[in-house]
Design a protein around this ligand. Structure first.
Ligand SMILES: [Zn+2]
Length: 314
């Protein structure tokens, strides 16, 4: 589609709304504070107002449509499911139907991890690829799977929960899903911080290592600076991520994995051990056939681009 599109990324804290061209450039963006809303009708109304404002300010009378990436989103029904973690609006939200009615535009909704995969396919490093997996490392671990040139939705649109693949059944790390040893418990920001604390607890701790305020960004920056504990943390992170990726490779045979999200800013501190552990654990038939790359989407724009790609894919 050779038109501008609106991409909306719904996060627990912020809702980013951007005007995106077909080349994957965010021309203008606005935001809403998601946490301020406990009423979905008011939320959708304000979202529509922002979309209209973006169109008016850019002299547009029409756009190709509105693509939305959100947690707990159901592509088939166009709804955000009830009781979504991190949203104050706890009822099921029929977002596509209501926003489309307000704007008179087509609205498409997808799981945020799936939207990221579509974004990589339309604008990023996976442009010519038929088979690939994107893995988003952040508060959680999400994944989107393309096979034979198509995004895999699965029964109930719940395919691609790689973050909840159990990679370490002997782990005592309890996941938000109620089980132990999920990939998310090792490769999410929270998991990385926990690994760091566990590694640090083995030795004599300088005060700042004890801080409850320690963030994954801190650990990443320390790793880039060559801090041995942080590098060990990323080595452990890479090990469990590689196990999850090697298993994923066995059931969908991708050409590449694309990694995105905050923890990937550690760069080679993550990628070097990841490539080694992946090669060590990969079934031999895939040897040297699968690349591991960082996403080519600009970090700040990735989610909005992914959402807009839902429209540009059509
Ligand atoms: Zn889990």
């Amino acid at each position: 589609m050779n038109k501008l599109a609106i991409g909306i990324d719904i996060g627990g804290t912020n809702t980013d709304i951007g005007l995106v061209n077909p080349d994957g450039k965010v021309l203008q963006r606005r935001g809403l504070k998601t946490q301020e809303y406990d009423d979905s009708d008011r939320y959708i109304h304000d979202m529509a107002e922002v979309v209209r404002a973006l169109m008016v300010e850019n002299g547009l009378t029409e756009v190709g449509g509105v693509g939305i990436g959100a947690p707990n989103a159901h592509f088939d029904t166009g709804c955000i499911g009830a009781n979504t973690a991190n949203l104050r609006m706890k009822e099921e939200i029929p977002l596509c139907e209501k926003l489309s009615a307000l704007l008179g535009l087509p609205v498409t909704l997808s799981n945020d991890a799936d939207a990221a995969a579509i974004g990589e396919h339309i604008y990023g490093g996976a442009k010519l690829m038929q088979h690939f997996v994107t893995i988003t490392l952040g508060t959680g671990v999400g994944s989107g799977i393309f096979v034979d040139g198509r995004l895999i939705h699965g029964h109930g649109c719940m395919a691609g929960e790689l973050g909840h693949a159990i990679v370490n059944p002997l782990s005592d790390r309890l996941c938000s899903c109620g089980r132990k040893g999920c990939l998310e418990m090792y490769a999410s920001a929270r998991g990385i911080c926990q690994t760091y604390r566990e590694e640090a607890a083995k030795g004599e701790l300088p005060d700042h290592f004890k801080s409850a305020e320690l963030t994954c960004k801190d650990v990443g920056e320390m790793a880039v600076a060559g801090d041995p504990l942080a590098l060990k943390t990323y080595d452990t992170t890479a090990y469990w991520l590689a196990i999850g990726m090697a298993n994923a490779a066995s059931f969908c045979s991708p050409e590449a994995f694309f990694l995105m999200g905050g923890p990937t800013r550690a760069g080679e501190a993550l990628l070097r051990p990841l490539r080694r552990y992946f090669a060590e654990n990969l079934l031999y038939i895939y040897k040297d056939r699968i690349s591991i790359q960082l996403s080519e989407l600009q970090a700040n724009d990735a989610a909005v681009l992914g959402a807009a790609a839902l429209i540009h894919l059509k």
